[in-house]
Design a protein around this ligand. Sequence first.
Ligand SMILES: Cc1ncc(COP(=O)(O)O)c(C=O)c1O
Length: 348
Amino acid sequence: MREHPSSRIDFRSDTVTQPTKAMREAMLSASVGDDVLGDDPTVIELQNRVAKMFGKEAGLFVASGTMSNAIALRTHTVPGDEIVCDKTAHIYRYEGGGYAALCGASIALVDGVGGLMSPEQVRRAVRKAEGSGSHYPNGSLVCVENTSNLGGGACYDQATLDEIAKVAKALDCKTHIDGARIFNASLATGVDVARMCEHYDSVSICFSKGLGAPVGSVLVGSAEFIARAHRWRKMFGGGWRQAGLLAAGCLHALDHHVNRLDEDHSRALVVANMLNALPMFSVDLASVQTNMVYAETTESAADVVAKFAEHGIDMFDLADNRIRVVIHLHITDEDIEQFRAVLDRYWA
Ligand SMILES: Cc1ncc(COP(=O)(O)O)c(C=O)c1O
């Protein structure tokens, strides 16, 4: 592990990344102010820089990816609305039912492939209240996740993203991208983030995953949308004071940790091929496009995880017969070789 306080090799998630020494120094020397009063210069710099990068008018710095998505969903919808997303979407699976509790919205699930929806599936999933004799909720928001976490880190191609936005707009729906790992998607597809999000109303970008910042996400959109989102952030208890300390970590990540994500993608492919070469494991290699590897196991996944753990290597079993290996900032080639040694010992 590189620049990590533990001797264990941690493949559980890219959320385990810790601020590097250089990032901590940048955070310590940040200029700060009271962000609730709107005068933290480092927060302002981060928000403006991210908004510009994504081709949007404004940005809002918030505590987490979940908060960023929750604010976006709440800003785009009113109670009784319906949100369309893939059945594996983080907003549906892992955000505590916030869409229901905080927005009073229902969700229309799409049976996408590897976490990715098709424009036609989206079109069929949108139900409008108008013309339904008041039977339907009002489909008003379409959310895509890029990269798709449960889809193994797979990315949308640009034509599909554009077409989904077009279908949504034609049905008078707003569009949101959960871009927790959008820089991974951008590097993997070669599409600049502004182009990628051109036809979407809002994007949530996380800094606390592969980018290695300890805390923080930025929500971007039009100035009018962000003004309303700012009020929801306040109501969700997310207005914060000298947040520039944290924003400085995110700015450091933008400068130093974006382009290196390619390294993670290359190592993920090495791991995927290693696993796939063994009869015990099977990996859908086509889905390994960024920093994640999901492998099906013939032996119980919990047993596989336990064996790796005995050798100082941690990962998650996400189902009875599925493990997940995530590559990130702290994983080195030596760590991958140790992973190989455990594979050889038990399953070669
Ligand atoms: C796709 C996706 N969206 C949103 C989130 C939420 O981020 P956070 O854990 O910062 O709330 C995650 C977290 O892993 C994620 O994978």
